[in-house]
Each structure stands twice: as C-alpha cells, then as structure tokens.
Design a protein around this ligand. Sequence first.
Ligand code: UPG
Length: 316
Amino acid sequence: MSNRAWVTLATNDSYGLGALVLAHSLRRAGSVYPSVVLITPSVTEPMRDRLRAVFAEVVIVDVLDSRDAAHLALLQRPELGITFTKIHCWGLTQYEKCVFLDADTLIVQNCDELFEREELSAAPDVGWPDCFNSGVFVYKPSAETFEQLIKFAQERGSFDGGDQGLLNSFFSDWARGDINRHLPFLYNVTSAAFYSYLPALKHYGQNLKIIHFIGAAKPWLQQFNFETRSAEGPEYLREFLQLWWDIFVGQVHAHLDVAMSGVAGNLARVAPGASGSQRDALDELTRRQGWEAGNIDYMGADSFDNIWAKISQTLN
Ligand code: UPG
C-alpha cells in the first residue's frame, strides 16, 4: 500500500460528481498515487457504490460545521460551514503524506511532485494573497494535529466561517515562513484569475496544473449540451469546463443511478446524446438547483423579464 494519497471530500451526491470527475482526472494525468474520498452519512448508497468503484478508499466521517452564520454571510455563502468537515483529512493516519483537493478541482497535468513538499504547503488565495487557498494543500495526517485543530476551532472559530479561515489562522506562519511552503499558483488556479489578470494567464497558462472552480458556479451546475457535447458557461472558463464535461461524459455518466440525489440523480435521467424536451427538463432542474445554490443567471433564464412572464402566466 502506498503511504501517500490524494484526498477529497463530498458531503452530498452533487459534490460526489465533482469527486468522481476529479479521481478520473488524476488517472488521466497518470498519477501513481491512490485517491481517497471522505464522505458524510448524507451521501446516498448508489453514490457510495460508485465512489467505491473509483477511489482506493471511501471513508465515512461525521459532519463538522462551523455554524457561523455571521461570517459566512460576509462570504455570501451560508452553506460553507460544512467545509469544517475537511479537517477529518488529518485523521487518515494510515498515510504519511497527503494532498487534499477540493471536489471542485480538476487535474489538468500530472502533479505528483506535490508530494515532495512539506506540511502545510498551499498556493496563495487571489482574494488575499497573504492567505492560502485551502482547496489544494499538502499535509501530514496526524491524530495530534487533528485534535489541535478541533480545539482551535472550538476556542477561536474561523474568521470567514469556513475551513479556509480556520486553517489560515492555525498555520499562521504560512505567509512569512518557509517560501517552499508556497505552492506556485499553477497548482491552484482559481477561476477569479481569469478576469483579474488575463495577460498573466495567457503568458503562464500553458503550464496550468490544477484548475479550481471556486464559488457558486460549479461545473455540474453549468449548462451542457448533450447533443453537441459542448459545455456552456463563461467564455474564459470554457476550455476547462469542456474538459470537466468530457471526463464526465466519458467516465462518469453511464454509471449514474436515478436513485442518487440532487444533480447526480437528474443527470442519470438524461440519455447520452439527448436532445429536446429531455434536456430542457434537466436544464430546468439544474437551473433550479443552481438558483438555490446562489448561482443565478440574472441576464438570461433568471432575468426579471422571464420571471415576470412566468408569474403573469401563472396568475392568468
Ligand atoms: N463541500 C462539500 N459539500 C458542501 C460544500 C463543500 O462536500 O456542501 C466540500 C467539497 O469538497 C468542496 C469543498 O468542500 O469542493 C469546498 O467547498 P466549495 O463550495 O468548493 O468552496 P469554494 O467556493 O471553492 O471556496 C473556498 C475555498 C475552499 C474552502 C471554502 C470555505 O476555495 O477551499 O473550503 O472556500 O472556506
């Protein structure tokens, strides 16, 4: 058994889709290391079966939630308290070193060299570069660190209500300490970089290793045309959304089950190459889920005119 592993987290079937595509992207990139997924009891049985088929290990953990509504409101993401569950990754003490990857990341090129880094290595967050982004980090599993993190969380909480605030306070010497613990940004290119510094992206982008679809606009909530097999969504992200959906269509879609929950169950109902009404029905469901997750298409389907037309039609 390898003493190193990739680790991700899914607390529901929708993030389970992200985890499945991520695991296939690691294989596609030829990684020699196994991947492990942490799941919580709310992940359905059919999704667990699928995860077991693709991951070397599926580990069930309890939900840890910051329940910090005030700070999460500042982030405008009330659902992120549950990301505290990520801390369980320190409990995987059967491994000596791990790399944690959010379920909304995608491996574009092999990055096995990350395992040569030490705890805690991570890339800067574009919003505040003296903080690291906690979507990709190298760490050393340890029961002691796990206990310390739980204690720290109970006593001090998190300045953003999510795991990123907590981990940055805990590993507080990251910004000024050993530069080797700063991963190049190419290992965690967050979508925000595409509109904040486009020339740099054009200049360095061909070496991009990991793309991270941060924020509410997850790939599985974007529109996908099953007939033409083309991904929709923002132009600047299209190439990476296409890669995500290509892996999904090639490796994941055929194994989905209608008994899965959320978007996973919806996508299971779509036949490959589907067109017309079946796809429209799915779009409707996905749009609704996207809307409920705060991913609102203000200028398109969810525009005021469309909503008003729907209300008028219902009232007549
Ligand atoms: N996750 C779940 N279920 C949820 C929400 C999150 O399993 O309901 C997992 C999943 O692995 C996901 C990760 O937690 O990828 C982080 O959540 P996500 O919604 O992807 O957060 P981001 O919008 O990408 O935002 C940022 C950081 C991320 C950090 C989060 C909260 O990039 O690393 O966990 O903020 O601090």
